[in-house]
Write a protein that binds this ligand. Sequence first.
Ligand code: ACO
Length: 379
Amino acid sequence: MSESTEKPTIYKGLVGVYADVSSISKVMPETNSLTYRGYAVQDLAENCSFEEVAYLLWEGELPNQQQLEAFKAETAAEREISPALHRVIKEFPADAHPMDTIRTAVSFMGLEDPETGDISDAAQRRKAKRLFAKIPTAIGAAYRASKGLEPLAPNPKHSFAENVFHLVQGRVPEPEVLKAFDVSMILYAEHTFNASTYTARLVTSTQADMHGAITAGIAALKGPLHGGANEAVMHMLKEIGDPAKAKDWLHGRFDHKALVMGFGHRVYKSGDSRVPTMTKYAEKMAEVVQDRTWMEISRILAAEMLEKKNIHPNLDFPAGPAYHLMGFEIPLFTPLFVASRITGWSAHVLEQGEDNRLIRPLSWYTGPEQRPVPPMASR
Ligand code: ACO
């Protein structure tokens, strides 16, 4: 195909561009709804475990009891990370961001995985499950190493949610907290062609492997316009500190035309389908901890953003305070998003692999006309 001589329409940020078909999830911004494989995400959050949803995303159907037990046993057996990775993690700088450490750990897992270079569907599925199982162990080990603590061994009897708390915090909290965390994992699991998922698909389109695609997805998720927003939300709430200061703080942002983190979305313009469910569970966490400060500031910001700017919150807005109330430190919020989104990313890697074509768009050149290379003396 030759490049056009007339400037074509440029879809900056690929706004409104359908880049491929997908049968994994569907966003319906007109009704603020989202389905995974045909099931409404809020129904999955209320009625299923994260393990069931992971299985659904990969296999296309919810598991029956027997399939679920087999899936849990298979992934629980893969939770340990290697002694070599534990040694590497101990060498990470103590002040490294946990998104950088989990990105590096996943890349390292690719060096060790016996099937790294095998991009057959069966091998890619096995690698996806291994990453799903090992990522919380690596997050926990890196977090604890940064505090001078020894890593904890994963417990194969724990659910996914119990295991994350155990590995990071060294405790398993009460059932309401585990449920709220599991809901966050389900809501974060998948969201069509968002920036990190599209990154993973683009890497896959070159016939690169699963670990490469997921490492790239993690890099894309870190940015504050995407997954990094859940951390930025909590920094913002802490900076405001007091519900009485929320409106003035927000008006100051308006004066500087500054972004307010956790608001706005490329696809949803009248409300993010996941926000009501996550807000409900964040409120429950505020009750458990008996601290309403963060949810009260959030309520004031959301009402004022809607009234003055007509901009709605996105999932990161309630997820930030929910994770804080669950006892996680702020730099762990986006790595927790990774622990969930590995399911959606890898489902897309598998789908891209089924019917692959190299992703390679065009750019419209705006640089200098062709010119001779001047000799060094005349530059
Ligand atoms: N704060 C203030 N104004 C905003 C915000 C915000 N958070 N989001 C959008 N707007 C404004 C834009 O400045 C723009 O105003 P203008 O028309 O006067 O220029 C208008 O709303 C429309 O926004 P878009 O440019 O269409 O937004 P876009 O689709 O390019 O970007 C994005 C979406 C990146 C999510 C943006 O809303 C944003 O930066 N939000 C804050 C970061 C954030 O919360 N990211 C998490 C996204 S969800 C996720 O990744 C899980």
